[in-house]
Design a protein around this ligand. Structure first.
Ligand SMILES: Cc1cc2nc3c(=O)[nH]c(=O)nc-3n(C[C@H](O)[C@H](O)[C@H](O)COP(=O)(O)OP(=O)(O)OC[C@H]3O[C@@H](n4cnc5c(N)ncnc54)[C@H](O)[C@@H]3O)c2cc1C
Length: 380
């Protein structure tokens, strides 16, 4: 693994940072205050090739590697946590499963428009009674002739309110040992029987769309089943492994923004006749923040590099997600502390960063679940 970014990766960082500074950051505050999703930003991301960044050109993508994609998520997240979450979910959850497991026809039909940035996709795994325990999925898909009839409910699904289709997980049968077979099925959101509501009142990542999906006798052609029906569970575990790299990258981006703002504030704010950055207590906070961010970024890049080398990366992705999200929360909390009372006010971004980053310890597997995954993979 190289510790220096390639020329291409450096160019991607510059290009995405420039885009994010101009097209994402100026809207972050307002989108948070109004809990609004800005579709226009995603159209522009599509034009730049960001929504297809890690997919080959033959599928409408930009042919970048996972490290480049992680850099892009970090830079979008540095500008706006909610927009970063929707970007990461669109690529890692909406589009990637079709790329990993889809047939050639499915890729042409569903992946190409997503990779070109013409439409968004979503991934619906979580249900009111199946969160960490995704095996407890209650949604069913029953084959009637040439169609699956799907019934169930999905909650907190990122981007579903703006998606052309949602990949939903559903019970399609029973294994010999009596356990449910869970498969992934592509459901167009304009199908009769699909209702989507975006009415949650969230603590943070408010620029991201989060929706509830009700599936009431929804009929889709049996060709919409994604990949091997019997391997649905391991397929979405693989999808989540990749997604974890992007959530870790997003945590690094949000933490980086919080740190940069705290550093600037500490140099400006004077108490006891000098900038607070001259106090060792503040200096050590900033030194710790810079160190943790650097460490988390290195873990993210290592997990991404392993994925690019086609080597096992589940453990490193879980470690990166766990460490980046928990260090990110600490960094954002300390960044707010450095701002004092101003940090508690909405005039500054510190409180938004803290609200946004909390989600990183919950989404795509909580910290507790990451520790379970790591324990299993280190042989406990
Ligand atoms: C803003 C947002 C966006 C989201 N986007 C998506 C999306 O696009 N697609 C999607 O499918 N889902 C999405 N989710 C759902 C998210 O992935 C789940 O919230 C998450 O997996 C946790 O599930 P849960 O909330 O049901 O918590 P629970 O599983 O009920 O867990 C509650 C607590 O118990 C702990 N816990 C559970 N099991 C164990 C155990 N065995 N050992 C120790 N502790 C345990 C958890 O760590 C947690 O602290 C989103 C959620 C949010 C808030």
């Amino acid at each position: 693994m190289n510790f220096e970014l390639t020329k291409e990766q450096q160019m991607i960082r510059e290009m995405v940072r420039d885009f994010a500074e101009k097209e994402v950051k100026p809207f972050a505050k307002e989108l948070d205050e109004t809990s609004s999703f800005r579709l226009e930003t995603f159209k522009k991301m599509g034009e730049l090739g960001l929504l297809g960044l890690p997919f080959p050109e033959e599928y409408g993508g930009s042919g970048g590697d996972t490290i480049s994609y992680a850099i892009a998520v970090e830079e979008i997240g540095r500008a706006c946590g909610g927009t970063g979450l929707s970007y990461a979910a669109a690529v890692s959850l909406g589009a990637s499963p079709v790329y990993y497991f889809g047939t050639e026809e499915q890729k042409q039909e569903w992946l190409v428009p997503m990779a070109k940035g013409e439409v968004l996709g979503a991934f619906g795994l979580t249900e009111p009674n199946a969160g960490s325990d995704a095996g407890g999925t209650k949604t069913t898909a029953v084959l009637h002739g040439d169609e699956y009839v799907i019934n169930g409910e999905k909650c907190w699904i990122t981007n579903a309110g703006y998606a052309r289709q949602v990949i939903v997980t559903a019970v399609t049968g029973k294994r010999e040992d009596g356990k449910n077979i869970i498969s992934a099925i592509i459901v167009p959101t304009d199908n009769p029987g699909v209702s989507i509501k975006s009415e949650y009142k969230k603590m943070g990542v408010r620029a991201s769309n989060t929706s509830e999906i009700i599936l009431d006798n929804v009929r889709v052609p049996k060709e919409n089943l994604l990949g091997d029906p019997k391997k649905g569970f391991s397929q979405f575990l693989y999808t989540l492994d990749g997604g974890r790299i992007s959530i870790a990258a997003l945590a690094v981006g949000i933490a980086q923004a919080a740190y940069e703002e705290a550093l600037a504030y500490a140099k400006e704010r004077k108490q006891f006749g000098q900038p607070i950055s001259k106090f060792q207590a503040i200096q050590f906070k900033l030194a710790d923040m810079a160190t943790y961010i650097e460490l988390a970024r290195t873990l993210v890049h290592k997990a991404a590099w392993l994925k690019d080398q086609n080597k096992p990366f589940s453990k490193e992705a879980a470690m990166a997600k766990l460490f980046a999200s928990e260090m990110g929360f600490q960094v954002c909390n300390q960044a707010l502390q450095i701002h004092g009372g101003n940090g508690y006010m909405q005039d500054y971004d510190a409180e938004r960063h803290l609200r946004d980053i909390k989600l990183m310890e919950i989404g795509e597997g909580t910290s507790e679940i990451q520790r379970m995954v790591i324990s299993r993979l280190i042989g406990c």
